[in-house]
Write a protein that binds this ligand. Structure first.
Ligand code: C5P
Length: 229
């Protein structure tokens, strides 16, 4: 079922009095003092969501992984590097009325960080890194005693987008999930435009394709509608 209310313009005070928490960008998981495991994320989508929420009058806290982006006007930014730091910062920023998890959090992190730069060893062509799971920040926020009224996840999928996205919506107990197809020609990473399908129980809405700033404005409009409902 798609819904017909898309496109309704909202006033600049629509989210006044609401606190919106956004996480954005990648996380970097250190291996040693000069190397890390990271992932492909520019942070543009999350920063655009933060700016769009601010434009509708919300108080916005943006927890940002390592990105090269300017802080949107009027937004409080907390910079982090690792998934563990993002976890602490996001939970520490609760309570909020809405949480939008747009970060590409590393799913695994090295079990230990080497104090010194790991050297190449003569006669050995391999290096084995032991990785452990990181906390699922989004699922924790959704299950938290101070759960925001609206918890929004992102799902970047290479195939079977709706099935995997709806699986995450249910498993992580989210209110909305914004899914996009990644990889191939339409990949959403490191680009200025994007197309999302937002799913919720019993409905969906297509956003874009358009500039990430426009897609973010449409997503925040949907969030505002849901918070008012
Ligand atoms: O399960 P998957 O990683 O595909 O879910 C993506 C969603 O979960 C995104 O909203 C992402 O920000 C969030 N996530 C998280 N903590 C993790 C992994 C993903 O908050 N460790």
């Amino acid at each position: 079922m798609s819904d017909a209310s898309a496109g309704k313009a909202l006033a600049a005070s629509t989210l006044a009095g609401k606190r919106v928490l956004v996480s954005a960008g990648p996380t970097f998981e250190d291996i040693d003092p000069v190397r890390f495991v990271g992932n492909r994320s520019s942070g543009k989508m999350g920063f655009a969501v933060a700016a769009a929420a601010r434009a509708l009058g919300a108080e916005v806290v943006l927890v940002a992984g390592p990105v090269h982006l300017d802080t949107p006007d009027g937004v409080t930014r907390i910079d982090v590097r690792s998934a563990a730091q993002m976890h602490t910062a996001v939970l520490g920023a609760l309570p909020a009325d809405a949480y939008v998890a747009a970060a590409a959090v590393a799913d695994f992190t090295p079990r230990r960080v080497s104090e010194h730069k790991i050297k190449k060893t003569a006669g050995s062509d391999t290096l084995v890194l032991e990785l452990v799971r990181t906390p699922d920040i989004l699922a924790e926020v959704a299950a938290h005693a101070r759960r925001p009224a609206l918890v929004v996840g992102f799902a970047a999928e290479t195939h079977e987008v709706e099935r995997y996205a709806r699986g995450k919506l249910a498993n992580k107990r989210l209110d909305l999930i914004a899914a996009n197809l990644v990889g191939g020609a339409q990949g959403g990473f490191e680009r200025d435009d994007n197309a999302l399908v937002v799913y919720w129980e019993g409905g969906e809405r297509q956003l874009g394709p358009a500039a990430k700033t426009e897609v973010a404005a449409q997503l925040v409009q949907l969030i505002a509608e849901r918070l008012q409902a």
